[in-house]
Write a protein that binds this ligand. Structure first.
Ligand code: IMP
Ligand code: MG
Length: 328
C-alpha cells in the first residue's frame, strides 16, 4: 500500500483540485481520498471540457476510481447528497465509487446555525468549526449513525490493510498549511490540520507515504476576516481580476499578495515536500509581474527566469510551473 499526498502549502485555493484531477487519471493511482475539512473546500475541476465545482466528493469519481471521505473530514449529509446529484446529473457517476469512513463526523443544522453567526473569522459558514468542536467535545455524531449514508460506510483499516493491500492512494488535501488550526495565523485559520499528520491520522502508517506533492500559486491569496492585501498596490487588484480570485464555495473576493518566499520556505520544509507545483504562472506572465515578499518586503525579481530560480532555490526539489487551468 502506498500513498501520494497533494497538500496546499499556502492559504488554500492553490489549485489542488486541478492537480489531483490530472493525477487521478493515471493508472498508478487506484483510490482517491479526502482526509480533512468539509464542504468549506471548493475545488474547480475541468473534465472533458466541462467545468465542475466539487466540495466534498474526491476527484477519483471522474475516472471511476473508489473515492473516500476519510475520518478526518466532517460532512453535511444534505450538502453531500446535493453534490452527488449535481455531479450525476452532469454525467459523472458518484454513488458506485463513493465511500465514507464510519468515523467521519457529521455537520448538523445546529452547527450550521452557529457558524452562520460568525463575523470575526470570516468562515465559509458550512458548519465546519462547530462540527470539529463537537467531535473533540465527544458529543459529535459519526457518519455510521446516518441512515442515508449507510451504503457508503467503510472502515479504512479493512479497506487498505486487509482488502486492498496493494492500493496506491492519491490523498487530496483541503485548505493549506497556513490555514492549519495550529498555524501562527490562529484564529484566522480553519478547524482542521492541513499537514501530513492529518492524513496519517485517518488511519495510515507513515511507512506507506511515497510522495508529498505541494501546491502553490505564483502569488498568495487569502479569504477571511483579517487584512491581507495592501490597499494601495493596484497591481494586486489586477492579479485578482486576471486570476479570477473569487471563492468556489462562497463567491467571496480573495485578498491577494505577492508570493511570500519566507513563508513558502517554512511550509515546504515542514510539509516534507518532495515535488512542488506552482499554478497560475500564466497570470503573472500576462501582467509581467515578478514580485515576491521576502522578510515582509516587496522584492521585484524583474524576470520570469529569476522568479522561477528563486522558487527552485527555496523548494530544493523538482518544481513544475503551470500556465494553464486545465493541466499541470
Ligand atoms: P472555515 O474553514 O469555514 O471555518 O473557515 C475558516 C477560514 O478558512 C476562513 O478564512 C475561510 O475563508 C478559510 N477557508 C476554509 N476553507 C477554505 C478553502 O477551501 N479555501 C480557502 N480558504 C478556506
Ligand atoms: Mg478552494
Amino acid at each position: 500500500m502506498q500513498i501520494t499526498a497533494v497538500l496546499g502549502a499556502s492559504y488554500g485555493d492553490e489549485g489542488k483540485g486541478k492537480v489531483v484531477h490530472s493525477l487521478a487519471k493515471l493508472d498508478t493511482f487506484t483510490h482517491v481520498i479526502r482526509f480533512n475539512g468539509s464542504g468549506n473546500a471548493g475545488h474547480t475541476i475541468y473534465h472533458n471540457g466541462k467545468k465542475y465545482a466539487t466540495h466534498l466528493v474526491p476527484a477519483g469519481v471522474f475516472y471511476g476510481k473508489p473515492s473516500i471521505i476519510g475520518s478526518g473530514c466532517v460532512l453535511n449529509p444534505n450538502k453531500l447528497i446535493e453534490e452527488i446529484e449535481v455531479l450525476e446529473a452532469a454525467g459523472v457517476p458518484v454513488r458506485p465509487w463513493l465511500k465514507i469512513a464510519y468515523n467521519a463526523h457529521i455537520i448538523t443544522d445546529d452547527h450550521l446555525k452557529i457558524d452562520n453567526q460568525d463575523v470575526s473569522i470570516g468562515t465559509t459558514k458550512q458548519g465546519n468549526g462547530p462540527a470539529y468542536a463537537d467531535k473533540y467535545l465527544r458529543k459529535g455524531i459519526r457518519a455510521e449513525k446516518i441512515k442515508e449514508l449507510e451504503s457508503f460506510i467503510v472502515d479504512l483499516y479493512d479497506e487498505f490493510y486487509i482488502k486492498n493491500t496493494t492500493a496506491h492512494i492519491l490523498a487530496e488535501g483541503a485548505q493549506g498549511y497556513l490555514l492549519d488550526i495550529d498555524s501562527k495565523n490562529y484564529p484566522f485559520v480553519t478547524s482542521s490540520h492541513c499537514g501530513i499528520g492529518s492524513l496519517l491520522n485517518n488511519g495510515f502508517r507513515h511507512q506507506d507515504l511515497k510522495e508529498i506533492i505541494c501546491v502553490i500559486k505564483g502569488y498568495d491569496t487569502y479569504v477571511g476576516a483579517k487584512n491581507f492585501q495592501s490597499p494601495s498596490d493596484h497591481m494586486l487588484d489586477r492579479i485578482c481580476e486576471y486570476g479570477q480570485e473569487y471563492g468556489v464555495t462562497t463567491g467571496r473576493r480573495r485578498q491577494v499578495n505577492y508570493l511570500n518566499i519566507s513563508e513558502l520556505n517554512k511550509s515546504l520544509k515542514m510539509l516534507g515536500c518532495t515535488q512542488l507545483i506552482v499554478n497560475k504562472m500564466d497570470i503573472l506572465k500576462d501582467l509581467d509581474c515578478w514580485k515576491v515578499l521576502m522578510n515582509n518586503e516587496v522584492v521585484d525579481l524583474h524576470t520570469e527566469d529569476r522568479f522561477k530560480a528563486k522558487i527552485l532555490e527555496v523548494a530544493g526539489c523538482p518544481v513544475k510551473f503551470s500556465y494553464s487551468p486545465y493541466d499541470i
